[in-house]
Design a protein around this ligand. Structure first.
Ligand SMILES: Nc1nc2c(c(=O)[nH]1)N[C@H]1C(S)=C(S)[C@@H](COP(=O)(O)O)O[C@H]1N2
Ligand SMILES: [Mo]
Length: 515
């Protein structure tokens, strides 16, 4: 028994060091991938997301706006405690300790995958961290088992001393390794940190968003008319997000043009600012899906820039290329027609673009799906012909031009909601950018279409909210929605998949009225 107790501290230390090594490795990999969140900060975000608003307000009042670092520090303290416990547990059952680390990784994975814009590759740092936890603990356990096996009487024999030395060497090795990974992570993360810094220091001549009166329909549960930046959907193929300092950014406009134009960031923001509410949506958005958002974008009109370059006759496309190599082909006419309002955006909802949304500059073209138009981290515009190019998604079977299709969505009630007999309020959003929504209708149980009330929108490029009240008999019901564009286009009920050029079909909700 005394022999066992002798190494309790050593087992706990092993747990701590294995834990620290795993954290360090996952940190290093997130920095190498220039990810926004480490597994720990993802958990911090999840915790603050799950915390009631009143508690968050209290925390901000009490600790200032730096509640996030505090939360991260708190999580690290909890982790240190758990690592020590898991180390001790490993002596009794190595597998139980592995399971404990697995559980912690599971929490990290949940937090990572529920964060906005999560992709499976975001789990890579976590997987590497878990492998490190298990590997390091296994190495420690082997060496500690040997130490535990030394009989009390032989503690001072040379053999025992050698075993102890081996453990101490392992300890030092893991500690140095963890320290080195952390330092390397800091170095690797410097690029992103510098860009975040530059972004924070930018003073752009843009106005903050003001949601126009009348745009909100006033039904709780409808997606907010202005999508908060932190909830705005994220789609890109970039494994590591480009980190570009404004002073290093350049845009080259070339190809079938009279003269090549090269613009720096300073050149760009010196030009008149244009600002507009624009709803952006993804061609991969399913009927009823949420790959759509509405924001207040500030930037510079694209048409005059292309005019400066002077597109040549015969050109009908612009191949836009991102710093990460992704590209898209956009109809030239949508970019040179000033009325369309295509822009190089530098700010979203009154703040410089977040790195994930394309900092420092991205394109926006009202009326086109993102995959053919909304190039993030844009650095190159080549005026060309569709016949001569194949962009990233067109190579993969998606439509070449990508005009948005009219869509409407039911946000309220949630599917399966039960009501008492009486009036049921149905509400949601509808959009057809650059055309505008003229009407929204609902139909109960396949019956006649009846008009819904449509809120106003400041322009035809942003979505509208709508609501309708219906009185339903007891029983199960299905409500459908369809929209009509200002061009008279009535949303079709024909069901089409998102591939190759956007889903069609009516969104519906099933609900029950109690008798
Ligand atoms: N560089 C780059 N830009 C990109 C993409 C991409 O993969 N890489 N995806 C496009 C797609 S498919 C969409 S829907 C929008 C999404 O923009 P968001 O992530 O800011 O919402 O960006 C577009 N711009
Ligand atoms: Mo997309």
């Amino acid at each position: 028994m005394t022999r066992m107790r002798r190494t309790t501290g050593a087992w706990a230390l092993a747990g701590l060091l294995a834990g620290a090594a795993g954290l360090a490795v996952s940190y290093l990999i997130t920095q190498l991938m220039s990810e926004r969140l480490t597994p720990v900060s993802a958990v911090a975000e999840l915790v603050s997301r799950l915390t009631p608003g009143s508690v968050v307000h209290w925390a901000i009042d009490t600790f200032g706006t730096r509640d996030k670092p505090l939360l991260i520090a708190g999580i690290l303290v909890v982790l240190v405690g758990l690592f020590l416990v898991l180390g001790r547990l490993a002596r009794r059952s190595l597998w139980a300790a592995y399971a404990g680390f697995g559980l912690l990784a599971g929490v990290g994975a949940t937090a990572t995958m529920t964060a906005n814009g999560a992709a499976v590759t975001d789990l890579l740092p976590l997987a590497a961290g878990l492998a490190t936890w298990i590997g390091a603990l296994a190495v420690f356990a082997t060496s500690l088992r040997r130490l535990d096996a030394v009989p009390e009487l032989e503690r001072f024999e040379p053999e025992a001393a050698r075993t102890r030395r081996r453990f101490l060497l392992t300890t030092a090795g893991v500690a140095v390794g963890a320290g080195a990974a952390t330092l390397l992570g800091r170095v690797a993360g410097r690029g992103r940190e510098r860009v975040e810094q530059a972004r924070r220091l930018l003073r752009l001549d843009v106005t903050p968003p003001r949601v126009p009166a009348g745009a909100t329909i006033g039904v709780e549960g409808v997606a907010p008319w202005q999508t908060p930046t932190s909830d705005f959907y994220l789609i890109d193929t970039a494994f590591t997000k480009p980190t570009i300092e404004p002073r290093d950014w350049q845009l080259r406009i070339h190809g079938m043009v009279e003269r090549e134009v090269v613009l720096t960031y300073a050149d760009l923001v010196r030009r008149p600012v244009v600002e507009r509410w624009i709803t952006l949506n993804c061609v991969s958005n399913e009927v009823g899906g949420d790959l759509v958002g509405n924001a207040w974008w500030s930037g510079v009109a694209l048409a005059p820039l292309l005019e400066m370059a002077g597109p040549l006759d015969g050109a009908d496309a612009v191949l836009q290329t991102s710093q990460d190599g992704w590209n898209c082909g956009t109809p030239l006419e949508a970019l040179v027609d000033g009325e369309v309002g295509a822009m190089l955006a530098v700010a979203m909802n009154g703040e410089p673009l977040p790195i994930e949304h394309g900092f420092p500059v991205r394109t926006l073209v009202p009326g086109l799906y993102g995959y053919v138009s909304a190039c993030k981290w844009v650095v190159d515009l080549e005026v060309t012909r569709f016949a001569d190019i194949e962009a990233y998604w067109t190579q993969r079977g998606w439509g070449e031009r990508g005009p948005v299709k009219i869509a409407s969505r039911i946000d309220v009630p949630r599917p399966g909601t039960e009501f008492d007999a009486g009036e049921v309020v149905v509400a949601g959003s509808a959009w057809k950018q650059h055309t505008g929504i003229a009407a929204v209708e609902i139909a109960v149980d396949g019956g006649a279409w009846t008009p819904a009330e449509v809120a106003s929108a400041p322009n035809d490029d942003s979505w509208v909210q709508w609501r309708a009240a219906v009185t339903l008999e007891p029983g199960d019901h299905q409500i459908r929605v369809r929209a009509t564009g200002k061009d008279g286009d009535v949303q079709t009920g024909a069901v089409a998949d998102v591939l190759p050029d956007g889903a069609t079909g009516w969104d519906s909700v099933d609900l029950t009225v109690r008798g």
